[in-house]
Each structure stands twice: as structure tokens, then as C-alpha cells.
Design a protein around this ligand. Structure first.
Ligand SMILES: [Ca+2]
Ligand SMILES: [Ca+2]
Ligand SMILES: [Ca+2]
Ligand SMILES: [Ca+2]
Length: 584
């Protein structure tokens, strides 16, 4: 060990009666003749004053514990005799210094008077609060991300931390708090500040945005047009989709009022089954269908002009796209929606209103795959004309949102059905339409609807009336066109809103991601998804009735689109992405 005292000697400051020569000699001998210096408090004769040798505090029988030759104050020595003179100071212990107390003229405490000095590696020698030398290792409480060594910084032995580069990608760990580097994930070389963002669930470029939440990742790709076979393309104008037994199952209505079943698989293949699930015998009623899975059972609600008369039919489907069982009218013939709590199904239907000051009939029923029905409820005094119903089930209640089309502008309304009562309608917006609702994992509902400025997202508790948060997002052309509509769902990524906007000859479809406080999670103001230019008539199709389904770690987007220059031509599209919203 090199001489600590000699190395710290130049750092002594202030007036001193000890010369540099004397101090150097001190390292060799405890008593230096001619200087008047004896190590203070050295009652034990070990020359260093350590342990029980606090200056002035000795109980040495000589009564001169501080070794100043003056005897101790109050110990029966030369009481009242000063130990030192005002302004005096001197070295003490290994590396300390003490000053003469101006009031008592006794030597003060010995305190550190040297900076730390580096030894080997992360070891250094420091002068402690009593002026004694001690060897210590630099503390490193994050061996994973930091390394530490003792470096001489301006003459001071300093513990210097550096972030490790454990994954050897050339960037050091940002997790080293003492000296953060740039690598936000030092466990993989797929992540560093200048990596390219790819779809892998990681924030590859360390900008805080993962995969599609990062605008720099490209998720454009081809969208699958449904209903193309043997050179014939069906005019499809409404599609619904649900996750069931390893694939997305879908129902699509064509403009000849037939209902087709189909599928969209996670390998990117999507098509319709042959023949059609339901063939219309009339063009008088606009047919449409909704589909939902309880997990085990796939059920459909078909708004139709058949099954022995116009009405709303409930059917159990085979995943291969055929009806296994079908049950009669559910009391409505105008529209309806079906949802599930994972066991049973809950169906809300509406009977068409007629006459002056029309009052619609709202029906709600719980049923299972065996057509056992319970909790049938109805209201016959619903104001307005109910359109585009969507429902979700949570907390023992089914909440249905719909558009009242009897007023201008249209309004968004909410109805809540429990086992025993129908509650509502509650007006969600006095200027909104064609919304959607989904149950969140925490039991709340997320509701979204189209507005003239874009769309609104609202989160409500399962009681249907308590608003947790809401958010308006600008999107589209600033006009509430008749086709403007939204879908909402929850995935691992967050709350997804698929928004369709049309204006004149221009349409737009985009996906947004929000957290459960209604904050947009994607880069502020950026929508995530735009249909591929590869799909038909991209430049003059107007997307509408978007649908979202989540399951098996995947998200399916479905929508229809109408030609802006010929509204008799419409298509339905589907796209399957991983739940991180990246292309499969
Ligand atoms: Ca690294
Ligand atoms: Ca890395
Ligand atoms: Ca990534
Ligand atoms: Ca990123």
C-alpha cells in the first residue's frame, strides 16, 4: 500500500504550524522532536490515536489525554490553562485535522482532512470522520447494468459508474441509474437507439413506442376482399365477425339480401363458405346478421324476410358455416343485436315504429343454445327510430347503444337490461351516430360513436350511467356523413377504435389505440392503419360499418365500402393482424 499521508499532504489547507517536512516525518515516527507535535489523544501509545483516543477525552493517568503536555481541563490538571491558541490547527490521527476552539482554547474534534485515494480496481482509501484511514470498496447495487471502478477525478479518488453493454450491441444499458446509457433493453441486440422498429412486441428503437404504436413501422399490406369466386364478385354491404375456435367466423350480407358465412384465419386466408347460409325470398326487407361466440357455441342473429315470415331469427351455427339449429322470431322485426357473457346469449331486438310520433318496441331476452329463454323484457314506448344496435354484457347487465334516426342531427342512446328491468334510454350524444360498445377486462364498458368532428370514446362503469372518462378525437372531413361509423374492441395493445369516415368521393378508415383513461396510446394524433392501396377502388370507395374482433392473440378488422361513383357497388373486406397489430 502506498503512503496515504504523502499523497494527501499537499491537500492540507489553511494556516499550519506543522511543516510539510514534519508531516512527512510523522508517517514514520509518532513523536517528532522539535516540532512540538505528538499525535493527539494517543493514550494507548499506538501512535495513531485510534480507539478511545478522542482528542481531549482521554482518561490517561497522566491527566494529559490529549497529549498536548498541558494536562486536561477539569481532570485535575492545569485547570483553565489553554491547550492551544486561537487560530491554531494541527494534524491528528492518520489523516485528520483539528482546530483550536476559540472559546475554550482546547483542541476540537479530529476530522477528515484528506480526499479519498484510489487503490486497486474499485477499492479506495478514505479518511473517515475521525481522521482515520479506512479502505473501502465502491458500492455497486446494480451489478446487472452498471460497473464501477475508482478513478482519480481532479485528484479525488472517485467511484465512477459506467453502464454495461451486456448484449454487446454497442449501446450501454439505460437501466443503470448511476450512469444511464442509451440501450433501453440491454438483454437483446434487437433493441438499441438506432435499430429499426419491427413487429416483435419490442420497442426496437427505444423511442417509447412499440410496434404499430411506433409510426416508423410499416403495417400496410393487402386487405382481403370477401366474396370473390369463379370470377364473380359479390356485392357485400354488411359484415360481422367474431373469434371462435381458432379462427374468425364472419357473416356477410349481400345486396340481394342473402346472408353468407365465412372465415378469416390467422394465416391470412379469408373467404366465404358455399352455399349461402340464408337465401332471401324477398327484396323488401334489408337483411343483415350478427354473430357472436360464447366460447363453446357460435350463435347468429339474422334480421330477415324468411324463416316463415319477416323477423329476427336466432340460430346456432357450425364453424363450417351452416345452421345447426334455428329458433323462431324473437319479438322484433326491425333490427337486433346479440352478445354473450361467455355462457349464455343476450339478444336485444327492436320492432319498427309506425305512424305519427312513432314509439318503437324494445325487447330483451336471455337464451342458451337449447333455446331456453329467460328474463324477457320489453318496452313499447321507446321514443324515436332505433338504428344500428350494438351491445355488450358486463356486471349482470346488457348495455345496448343505438342511433336515434328520427331526429336531425341523429343522437346516440344507451339502454341497459338487467334480469328484471330495462333502464333508459340515456342520451350519450345529441350529435352522433353508428357507435359500438365493448366490455373491458375490468368490467367497464368502452363506447365509441361517430361525430361530425371525428369520433367520441367514452368509458362507463357497468351500471351504464357512471362515466369514467371520455375523449373526442378529430378524424375525417368534419361533416357527419351518413356512412360515418366506428367499432370498438379491447386487445393487449389497448382499447381499439376503428373509425370509418366518408365525405363526397373520399373515404378513410383508421385504427386508434387508447388506454383505459381515454388517452391515445399511439403517437399523438397519428392513426395507425390505413387500408392498403392494393384494395379495389381505394381512391373512390367509402368505408362504413367497421367491425372489430379479438381472439387467439389476433385482431380482425372488417368493414364494407361503397363506390362513391356508383352506390350499387359495395364490397366487404377483412384483415387479420396479430394482437400487437402487426401483419402475420
Ligand atoms: Ca447493449
Ligand atoms: Ca440492446
Ligand atoms: Ca418492435
Ligand atoms: Ca419504437
Amino acid at each position: 500500500m502506498r503512503s496515504f499521508l504523502s499523497s494527501i499532504q499537499p491537500r492540507f489547507t489553511g494556516p499550519s504550524f506543522i511543516t510539510a517536512v514534519a508531516l512527512t516525518a510523522l508517517a514514520v515516527s509518532c513523536t517528532v522532536q522539535g516540532t512540538g507535535y505528538t499525535p493527539p489523544g494517543d493514550g494507548d501509545g499506538d501512535s495513531n490515536g485510534v480507539g478511545g483516543d478522542a482528542p481531549g477525552g482521554s482518561t490517561s493517568s497522566s491527566g494529559d489525554g490529549d497529549g498536548d503536555g498541558d494536562g486536561d481541563v477539569g481532570s485535575g490538571g492545569n485547570v483553565g490553562t489553554p491547550d492551544c491558541e486561537k487560530g491554531d490547527e494541527r494534524a491528528c490521527n492518520d489523516c485528520g485535522r483539528q482546530e483550536c476552539d476559540e472559546d475554550t482554547l482546547k483542541w476540537g474534534d479530529c476530522h477528515a482532512d484528506a480526499e479519498p485515494v484510489c487503490l486497486e480496481g474499485a477499492e479506495r482509501e478514505i479518511c473517515d470522520e475521525n481522521g482515520n484511514l479506512r479502505t473501502e470498496e465502491c458500492d455497486n447495487d446494480d451489478e446487472t447494468n452498471c460497473s464501477v471502478s475508482c478513478d482519480d477525478v481532479d485528484g479525488v479518488g472517485t467511484c465512477v459508474f459506467t453502464a454495461k453493454d451486456a448484449d454487446d450491441d454497442g449501446y450501454s444499458s439505460a437501466a443503470c441509474e448511476a450512469a444511464p446509457g442509451d440501450d433501453c433493453d440491454d438483454t437483446t441486440d434487437l433493441v438499441s437507439p438506432f435499430s429499426n422498429e419491427i413487429c416483435d412486441g419490442l420497442d426496437n428503437d427505444c423511442d417509447g413506442h412499440v410496434d404499430v404504436l411506433d409510426k416508423s413501422v410499416d403495417i400496410s399490406g393487402s386487405d382481403l376482399r370477401l366474396g370473390v369466386s369463379n370470377g364473380v364478385t359479390l356485392n357485400l354491404d354488411e359484415v360481422d365477425i367474431t373469434w371462435h375456435e381458432g379462427q374468425f367466423f364472419l357473416l356477410a350480407a349481400d345486396t340481394s339480401q342473402n346472408i353468407h358465412s365465412g372465415y378469416a384465419r390467422t394465416d391470412g386466408v379469408a373467404d366465404l363458405h358455399e352455399p349461402a347460409l340464408f337465401v332471401s325470398d324477398s327484396m323488401n326487407v334489408h337483411n343483415s346478421a350478427r354473430v357472436v361466440s360464447s366460447g363453446d357455441t357460435l350463435a347468429a342473429l339474422i334480421m330477415h324476410d324468411g324463416f316463415g315470415g319477416a323477423g329476427v331469427g336466432f340460430a346456432i351455427l357450425d364453424p363450417s358455416g351452416t345452421i345447426v339449429d334455428e329458433f323462431g322470431s324473437l319479438g322484433g322485426r326491425h333490427g337486433g343485436e346479440i352478445t354473450s357473457d361467455g355462457v349464455d346469449f343476450f339478444v336485444s331486438t327492436i320492432s319498427g315504429a309506425t305512424g305519427v310520433n312513432p314509439k318503437a318496441e324494445f325487447h330483451h331476452v336471455q337464451l342458451n343454445a337449447d333455446d331456453n329463454r329467460s328474463g324477457a323484457l320489453s318496452r313499447t314506448d321507446m321514443p324515436g327510430l332505433i338504428g344500428y344496435m350494438n351491445s355488450a354484457h358486463s356486471g349482470g347487465a346488457t348495455v345496448t347503444v343505438f342511433t336515434d334516426t328520427s331526429v336531425t342531427p341523429r343522437t346516440m342512446q344507451l339502454m341497459r337490461a338487467t334480469d328484471t328491468a330495462l333502464q333508459g334510454p340515456i342520451q350519450l350524444s345529441d350529435d352522433g351516430q353508428m357507435g359500438d360498445i365493448t366490455t373491458l377486462s375490468n368490467g367497464n364498458f368502452a363506447i365509441a360513436w361517430a361525430t361530425k368532428d371525428g369520433f367520441s370514446l367514452q368509458i362507463r362503469r357497468s351500471n351504464g350511467s357512471t362515466v369514467v372518462c371520455s375523449k373526442d378525437t378529430a378524424f375525417g372531413n368534419g361533416v357527419l356523413d351518413s356512412l360515418d361509423s366506428v367499432a370498438v374492441a379491447q386487445s393487449d395493445l389497448g382499447i381499439l377504435v376503428l373509425s370509418a369516415d366518408s365525405g363526397g368521393s373520399v373515404g378513410k378508415l383508421s385504427l386508434f389505440v387508447f388506454d383505459e383513461s381515454c388517452n391515445m396510446r399511439s403517437e399523438q394524433g397519428d392513426d395507425l392503419y390505413y387500408p392498403s392501396p392494393a384494395y379495389d377502388y381505394h381512391d373512390n370507395e367509402l368505408p362504413y360499418l367497421p367491425r372489430l374482433a379479438v381472439g387467439g392473440g389476433h385482431v380482425a378488422l372488417a368493414w364494407s365500402a361503397q363506390r362513391s361513383d356508383d352506390n350499387t357497388i359495395s364490397r366487404s373486406y377483412v384483415r387479420v393482424l396479430s394482437e400487437t397489430m402487426c401483419e402475420e
